[in-house]
Design a protein around this ligand. Structure first.
Ligand code: PMT
Length: 222
């Protein structure tokens, strides 16, 4: 590998979870480890791209050869970082599992337990990063991910249309695949086509995904 399929292109990749703070010691997060997104960033570097990796809170070392890595915590921070990095990018690949909601208020002090009483957290909707990019008149080629537990293809095709994406990579989560796991399997959809990438480790799948992204990008943008 290292075929130069993305040579000369600026690619932004998001990876990992977001953490939405409740108070100074608690947060709402998710099970994303960042492995899939980091593998995609590395594969894009090997394909010759100048890669900016926007990483949520993960414990992973940067792939060699990145142009830039920006570490963020919340969905709002990831939104700002992705928008800034995407202004001069040709491709954005969104592998991050972004929290859809955040606590409406972040408490300044640790919330104290009130014995015998339930606690209700009010949640506010987070901005949709892919949605804000696709709403811009000029925007990069947009590749989304979809993590689903059932009806993977139907939900993915709906997200492809609704979010105005150029491609979506759908993964069924559970059964040793998806979040946290070493392996994954992907079903790719784009307007007018689809391709299944069989179960493999995330590095191998990332190479296959990046090859398909390069091919579709050349078909519609070059
Ligand atoms: O990190 P790993 O442990 O390796 O696991 C990989 C993964 C399962 C997290 C990854 O392969 C994956 O599927 N990532 C997307 C997970 C997800 O939460 O998808 P979603 O259906 O909630 O969101 C769909 C798409 O919209 C995603 O590209 C997401 O980045 C994007 N999104 C979501 C919410 C939001 N506010 N803004 C967004 O841009």
């Amino acid at each position: 590998f290292g075929n130069g399929a993305l040579r000369g292109l600026k690619v932004v990749v998001s990876a990992g979870p977001t953490y939405e703070d409740i108070d100074p010691v608690r947060f709402i997060g998710n099970r994303s480890s960042g492995k899939m997104g980091f593998a995609v960033a590395e594969a894009a570097v090997h394909a010759g791209a100048q890669v900016t990796l926007i990483a949520g809170p993960v414990g992973l070392p940067s792939p060699a050869g990145l142009r830039q890595r920006v570490d963020v915590r919340s969905a709002a921070q990831m939104h700002a970082a992705v928008l800034a990095a995407s202004q001069d990018a040709q491709i954005y690949i969104a592998a991050a599992a972004v929290g859809d909601y955040r606590p409406a208020e972040v408490a300044d002090h640790k919330i104290k337990k009130q014995a015998g009483a339930d606690l209700t957290l009010q949640l506010a909707e987070n901005p949709d990063i892919l949605g804000s990019l696709s709403a811009q008149t000029v925007h990069p080629f947009l590749v989304g991910f979809a993590a689903e537990t059932h009806d993977v293809a139907a939900y993915a095709q709906d997200k492809l249309k609704r979010k105005g994406l150029d491609m979506i990579a759908a993964n069924q989560v559970g059964g040793g695949l998806g979040f946290e796991a070493a392996d994954n399997a992907l079903q790719l959809f784009w307007p007018g086509g689809s391709l299944s990438l069989a179960r493999a480790n995330k590095d191998e799948l990332a190479r296959q995904l990046v090859a398909q992204v390069a091919e579709r990008y050349q078909a519609v943008r070059a």
